[in-house]
Every structure is written in C-alpha cells, then in structure tokens.
Design a protein around this ligand. Structure first.
Ligand code: BGC
Length: 247
C-alpha cells in the first residue's frame, strides 16, 4: 500500500509517498520550510501545500515533535506553545479532507527502523532515539510500540537530557563529536539502566556521523546507527498510518 508520510519538524516539513511494504519512496521527497511562527493554522496550511505539490490524494501519516495522545497534542517543547491541546488529527484531516494519522515523530521513526532498518523485525526490547534539535525516544518490545516515552525530557545533570546532549547543544556549545559523544554516553548509560534494551538505535542527523563518536560509547548495551537515516520520519509516518488503517 502506498501512503504519504510526512515528518513535521521545527525547521522543515518533509514528505514523500512510501511503499509501506518495501519502505521505498514512490515519489520525490519534498521539503518546505516550517512557517514561523509555527502555529497550528500555519503548519496545517504548509502541510496542504506539500500534499498539493506531491499531487497526492489518500490517507496520510504524520510524525510530530510532541506527545500525542488520542490525536491531541499534549506537549510543546520545541514547537509553538499554541499547539497544546490542539486536536491535531482533526485539524489536519479537515484541512486535507482525508484521514490523517498523527503520532510522535520519534515513535514513527522507530517504527521505520523496526520495519526496514537496523532492528528489522526484532522482537526483543529496543530503544530508539532520534537526536536533533531535541531528543526523541521510542520503545518497542515484541514489535509493539510503547508510545510517548519522551526520555529526552528526563531530568539529567541538573537540567533536562535534551539540553545536555541533543545535537543542537553540540553545535551551540561548539563541542567536538568526541566531547559530545562522552555526554551522550552518560545519558545512554542512564536510560539503558532504566529500560534495559537489547539494542539502542540512534537516529536523526547524527546517525550519519556515527563513526565520529562511536569510540566514546562505552556502555554495555549495543548501540547501532539507524539505517533509514533522515528518511526514518517519513517512512515511519506512512507505516504508522498503515497500522491505523488496518485496525
Ligand atoms: C520533543 C519530542 C520529539 C523530539 C525529537 C523533543 O523536544 O519533546 O516529542 O520527539 O524533540 O523531535
């Protein structure tokens, strides 16, 4: 089944039609800059622009950087605060005049890795992290998602974890990959202790630079870079819609 997957982020809204059986893209990947301020109405309008550009009609899956429960946005860490309590599935479905299924961006990206990537079809406990402006997390066991974990917001080193070791912090504090890798290692040790996964899969932009900090990841749990790289959000969003349509 071909479904449009959309990854809504703080700086870009990206989408493509995905073959949910193979994980391959069936259209060009389109990226439109996230409008500023990224209010619900402005983002919905940009989403429509993206769908029109692709020329797609049909159900849509969306990854969104917040806790989403029953189609409603509950948190707004790196997005406009006006999103809180917005029924995002309803808003997008009305705007696009089709069914839109929305879940946390890290949860859907993790789904892509489980379906096609580094932990394909793995049944044991897996922790997926997406590291960019913030840190997103996704937990799976038996191929099932335990959604909205938000481990990037755990208290850590006197702040919250994503303020200590997100990729944006590496850039802002001008840390080398080795220095940043040491921080990441401490955080991974901590969540590994809490969740006891067999694997940690690292996604987001830093997954491409894995060799630059791998030597600093000395924790016992095996850590692997994501295979679907920066397409995880799009592919996973389409897969998420598929799981909802099949229910
Ligand atoms: C948000 C998460 C999101 C992560 C990655 C965090 O700031 O709270 O919901 O998954 O960033 O985008």
């Amino acid at each position: 089944m071909d479904i449009l997957g959309v990854d809504i982020g703080g700086s870009g809204i990206k989408g493509a039609i995905v073959d949910t059986i193979t994980g391959e893209l069936k259209s060009e990947r389109i990226r439109i800059q996230t409008p500023q301020p990224a209010t619900p109405e402005a983002v919905a309008k940009t989403l429509k622009e993206l769908v029109d550009q692709i020329g797609y009609k049909g159900p849509v899956g969306c990854g969104f950087p917040a806790r989403i429960i029953n189609g409603e946005v509950l948190t707004a860490a790196n997005i406009d605060s006006s999103w809180i309590n917005i029924k995002v599935e309803e808003l997008f479905s009305k705007t696009l005049n089709t069914d839109v299924f929305v879940a946390n961006d890290a949860d859907v990206a993790g789904l892509a890795e489980l379906s096609f990537g580094a932990v394909k079809d793995y049944k044991g406990p897996v922790l997926f992290l997406t590291i960019g402006t913030g840190i997103g997390s996704a937990l799976f066991i038996n191929g099932q998602m335990y959604p909205n974990t938000e481990f990037g917001h755990l208290k850590f080193k006197g702040d919250i974890a994503e303020h200590y070791c997100a990729d944006s912090v590496r850039e802002k504090e001008d840390l080398s990959f080795k220095e940043w890798g040491e921080r990441l290692n401490k955080f991974l040790e901590y969540i590994s202790f809490l969740t006891q996964p067999d694997f940690i899969v690292l996604g987001g932009g830093v997954s491409k630079k894995f060799d630059k900090y791998e030597s600093k990841l000395t924790l016992k749990t095996k850590v692997v870079p994501a295979k679907t790289l920066n397409l995880a959000g799009i592919i996973g969003a389409a897969c998420y819609a598929k799981t909802k349509l099949e229910k």
